[in-house]
Design a protein around this ligand. Structure first.
Ligand code: 5AD
Ligand code: SF4
Length: 437
């Protein structure tokens, strides 16, 4: 059997797309391998959200291309970088056989077949009508407790810092019947936790009259027998309506956690980012979520050093952190991306050292808050869905609470997929430790 090796950088979308490529190539007789040296086809699924991930592609390709001197191997660059920069990459790496964007994932089989005889560059965006969301399920999800299900592709927002609309095109919602069929297929394989993914899930279906909304979709997924936990990402604070908040009151299998990227605590910066909500609105959404679900936990994304951000603006981000007490966050320095509107604001660029100092200030305080919040959990009993043996400790298993806390505790691998009541004995910045009750 020919073997495919897929290296994935970036977000859940890319992980999911890689899974679809494994599934589609599996139908063509390919087997997945974890060993680069065994592979007949090597695909790298790239990310372009910030500059750093791009450097990773270059070092990976540098490792793979020399393999071609020893034997026949087809090498492909997929994903967001390929979409925005495909032609340049195609020219820069004449030994790379395939360069294709996210919209070409459903054609991976044909492309790999074609690449036997000639090079392929495919960065066409498909129309919204009949957009092909492959229904084949990632073979690797059969061994997993949780799986992603895409509900939407692309994004119609134009946040001024963000390259995603250029890499993934306009928003297209996946028909609800297809989403539910994939959820059922995963549950039939033993998956317990479903994470619905899209660039802006809260706007699901809104473009089409009488289409089910995201809240309708949540209720439908919640009712699929065997779905024990539902998560979703990514949410936009402007589009998260009261109908979705009501789901936190009504649906017991909806997780008590939401990742709600705020980006900045300053209204002036939010305006320049074209986020179309205010700090007050964001705080109001968090308050309502807590009312609907008392143990609700929020996590977020923050950008430091967006053009024009003053010290006072960043103080607002710090005070938002205090007001919400996020349990975790992803925070990065602003990274100028090609073709984005924020490039026009670069006259007002924040010096790197200033952005970095702000970032470190935020991260240090975030860490303290996480440790404080986790210390409060010591002595409580938490329900944990076990994901499998710990990667680091023998005889220890690792799972998650509904609030998205990673909990490690002594236990057998056979507990994988079951719920265990765990008494928390220690809290760290990113994880908890406990003992089964
Ligand atoms: N620079 C820095 N961070 C960015 N993000 C998106 N674009 C940029 C950029 N140009 C961050 C945002 C987003 C997360 C996925 O990545 O915080 O929520
Ligand atoms: Fe990018 Fe904004 Fe769309 Fe998120 S909502 S993908 S940040 S443009």
């Amino acid at each position: 059997m020919p073997r495919v090796y897929i290296k994935t950088f970036g977000c859940q979308m890319n992980e999911y797309d890689s899974g679809k490529m494994r599934a589609l190539l599996g139908k063509d007789g390919f087997e997945t391998t974890e060993e680069l040296s065994d592979a007949d086809v090597v695909l790298v699924n790239t990310c372009s959200i910030r500059e750093k991930p791009e450097a990773k592609l270059h070092s990976f390709i540098g490792r793979v291309l020399p393999m071609k001197r020893q034997r026949r191997v087809i090498v492909g660059i997929a994903g967001c970088m390929a979409q925005v920069d495909g032609e340049r990459l195609y020219k820069k790496y004449p030994k790379v056989d395939l360069v294709f964007g996210p919209d070409a994932v459903s054609r991976i089989g044909e492309m790999v077949a074609t690449a036997q005889t000639r090079r392929v560059l495919d960065t066409e965006f498909l129309g919204e009508e009949g957009y092909p969301f492959p229904s084949d399920v990632d073979p690797e999800s059969a061994h997993r407790v949780g799986a992603f299900v895409t509900i939407q592709k692309g994004c119609d927002n134009r946040c001024t810092f963000c390259i995603v609309p250029a890499t993934r095109g306009d928003e297209v919602s996946r028909p609800i019947a297809e989403v539910l069929a994939e959820v059922s297929a995963l549950v039939a394989q033993g998956v317990k936790e479903i994470t619905l993914i899209g660039q802006n899930v809260n706007s699901y279906g809104l473009k089409i009259p009488n289409h089910p909304t995201f809240a309708d979709l949540l209720r439908a997924v919640s009712a699929v027998p065997g779905v024990e936990m539902i998560r979703f990402t990514t949410s936009h604070p402007r589009d998260l309506g009261d109908d979705v908040i009501a789901c936190y009151r009504d649906l017991p299998n909806l997780a008590s956690h939401l990742h709600l990227p705020v980006q900045s605590g300053s209204d002036r910066v939010l305006r320049r980012m074209k986020r179309f909500y205010t700090r007050a609105h964001y705080l109001d959404v968090i308050r309502k979520l807590r009312e609907a679900r008392p143990d609700f936990v929020a996590t977020t994304d923050i950008i430091s050093g967006f053009p024009g951000e003053s010290e006072a603006d960043f103080d607002e981000t710090m005070s938002l952190l205090e007001a919400v007490r996020f349990h975790a966050s992803f925070s990065f320095n602003y990274s100028p991306r090609p073709g984005t509107a924020a490039l026009r604001l670069l006259d007002d660029a924040v010096p790197d050292s200033v952005a970095q100092a702000r970032l470190e200030r935020f991260q240090a305080r975030q860490r303290e808050i996480a440790i404080e919040e986790h210390a409060r959990l010591v002595g409580t009993v938490q329900r944990v869905l076990v994901e499998g043996p710990s990667a680091h400790d023998d005889g220890v298993v690792c799972g998650r609470t509904s609030t998205f806390k990673t909990v490690n505790f002594p236990g057998e691998a056979a507990l994988t997929g079951s719920w265990v009541n765990v008494r928390i004995t220690r809290g760290f910045a990113n994880t908890l430790r406990g003992e089964a009750e």
